[in-house]
Design a protein around this ligand. Structure first.
Ligand code: NAP
Length: 525
């Protein structure tokens, strides 16, 4: 597929209106062709108008029609996988095999959401039939279904440049819900973004949908993202990235004359609690498993385990030594963007300045944007005294915490801010302590893992990739998994409607054949 570098506004190709950029190969620091267009406020306005024009017809597509559209995106992704993986690797320094896996995951997500659409349960169709005889007052017929929120803006993530970017889970779940999407492409992988954007644009065309169902914009600086969040026709936003960026956009959206929901996924250190019996029985194995996970994708994963807490005692030295050995055996590898690399270096320095002792380092950096693996150690008292130590260093760094005793472990569990995940390594003799930690972790995380590590993320019906602030800005929702669709839906109640005027999902004879809650009972009747 030929890259033009243009913006994709509905069916149109739009050349630069506000400057341009070239992609950077982070491994060689060389620019890659072609030039990529930056758009401005007018381009956002055009895309938003088109999305708004598309809304009624797209929200009104049948379940079958919408599912087929999502599957055609999946087929399109399959067809370009080798090309997409190659281009993404050039732009991010990530290995081709890993990116092929991401492309397969992306296609799978679209197919999974096609199934969710066909099942129709996302509509949450609910029927309370009329009760004309009810005393003291008759009840009118009430029916409820969930419809799409409206056109939404999605900020592509930098760190999973395929499966959480243009053709990622946010796009799949928004389109599944019936929301037209305006995608703000991340400048870390503009060519990959265009390839995926073209697949979606083509699927829109092939499915006979309104062109405004999908647009892709790009900009230099914050103006384009701000214009999207400000636009009165945009009704929701998703974002994956820094806490600073996410909260700036969140606050901006709340200051609109009509505030809109912004679902940000920002920062998490995913603490691992190694309980005493597990530590004594298999400290070395746990240390090795933790270090392996912390180094995956050069530590640039939202679920990277970044803090390991263990009570000093039998097994601690084995755990520490295996972590040191694995970190020291790691070569420095290129990070995704110069910005991410600069933030990593700064945060590693912050850990040193905050009193963490560097106990291991991997190979020295060679390339300009390489990240060197680093392992720090502190005592439990330090982490309680200095909250900076519990902040994320996005990259291949982790902190081992030598905890004095069980009471200090519990105190540290209480001190964490919101997390995407937390892990407990436990043996049967640890169950009593684990049961004490569990409610503390439930209050602070979206996912609790036992005897494994949270990364990689499953995309399934029970998946939760969310959690209290600052992991996300809205702990009620997930950004990964089938229930991610709920971010893009809102309920509408239809009262006293004649059957022929009702939406299909709510009609008397259930023409969609979906599960519905009728008078409180779930059935397909
Ligand atoms: P970012 O700097 O937050 O940027 C993410 C996206 O949001 C980019 O498209 C960026 O546009 C846009 N943006 C950021 N701030 C904005 C603002 N105030 N107004 C309008 N648009 C704004 O994240 P990143 O570049 O992906 O990585 C930077 C850091 O984010 C990392 O070092 C890491 O700490 C964190 N991060 C965390 C996760 C996670 O999963 N938890 C994932 C990725 C990154 P421009 O690029 O045009 O500025």
């Amino acid at each position: 597929m030929k890259l033009t570098g243009n913006l994709l506004i509905g069916a149109q190709e739009v050349a630069a209106t506000a400057g341009s950029m070239k992609a950077l190969n982070p491994a060689t620091n060389a620019e890659i062709e072609p030039l990529f267009a930056f758009g401005g406020i007018d381009d956002v306005d055009r895309a938003a108008q088109l999305a708004d024009d598309a809304f009624d017809s797209y929200n009104g597509t049948s379940l079958t029609e919408r599912a087929a559209f999502l599957e055609s995106i999946a087929d399109g992704l399959d067809a370009i996988t080798p090309e997409l993986a190659q281009r993404t690797s050039l732009e991010t320094g990530l290995p081709i095999a890993q990116l092929e896996g991401e492309a397969a995951k992306s296609a799978t997500q679209f197919r999974q959401f096609a199934t969710v659409v066909r099942q129709g349960r996302f509509r949450q169709a609910t029927i309370d039939p009329a009760q004309p005889e009810r005393q003291p007052r008759a009840r009118m017929d009430h029916r409820m279904q969930k419809i799409a929120l409206g056109p939404v803006a999605i900020f592509g993530a930098s760190n999973f440049p395929i499966s959480y970017s243009v053709a990622g889970g946010d796009t799949a779940s928004a389109l599944a819900a019936g929301c037209p999407v305006i995608l703000k492409a991340h400048n870390g992988h503009p060519g990959a973004s265009e390839l995926m954007g073209r697949v979606i644009q083509q699927a829109v065309r092939d499915s006979g949908l309104h062109e405004g169902v999908f647009s892709l914009v790009r900009g230099g600086g914050n103006a384009i993202g701000e214009a999207l969040v400000d636009h009165p026709l945009i009704k929701g936003v998703t974002f994956t990235g820094s806490e600073t960026g996410g909260m700036a956009l969140f606050r901006r959206a709340q200051q609109r004359p009509d505030p809109i929901p912004v679902f940000t996924e920002m920062t998490s250190v995913n603490p691992t609690f190694v309980l005493p019996a597990a530590l004594a029985a298999r400290g070395g194995t746990i240390g090795d498993g933790f270090a392996e996970r912390m180094l995956v994708t050069v530590g640039q994963a939202c679920l990277k385990p970044a803090i390991l807490l263990a009570v000093d005692g039998p097994g601690y030295i084995e755990l520490k030594n295996t972590m040191i050995a694995r970190v020291e055996a790691t070569q420095a590898r290129t990070m995704l963007t110069p910005g991410i690399n600069a933030a990593y270096r700064k945060n590693v320095e912050r850990q040193s300045n905050a009193g963490a002792k560097r106990i291991a380092a991997g190979g020295e950096t060679q390339g300009a944007w390489d990240g060197q693996s680093v392992l720090f150690e502190v005592d439990g008292a330090n982490i309680l005294e200095n909250p900076l130590l519990s902040e994320e260093a996005f990259g291949p760094a982790a902190l081992l915490v030598r905890v004095k005793d069980v009471e200090q472990l519990v105190a540290i569990a209480r001190h964490f801010r919101g997390q995407l995940s937390a892990t407990m390594q436990i043996d049967p003799a640890d169950y009593v302590l684990a049961a004490r930690l569990l409610p503390l972790l439930e209050r602070r995380t979206g996912r609790i893992v036992v005897n494994a590590f949270a990364h990689p993320q499953e995309v399934s019906y029970a998946s939760i990739h969310g959690g209290p602030f600052p992991a996300t800005s809205d702990s009620r929702f997930t950004s990964v998994g089938m229930s991610a669709i709920e971010r893009f839906l809102r309920p509408v109640c239809y009262q006293g409607f004649p059957d022929e005027m009702l939406p299909e999902a709510l009609r008397h004879d259930n023409p969609c054949g979906i599960w519905r809650l009728t008078d409180g009972e779930l059935s397909k009747a």
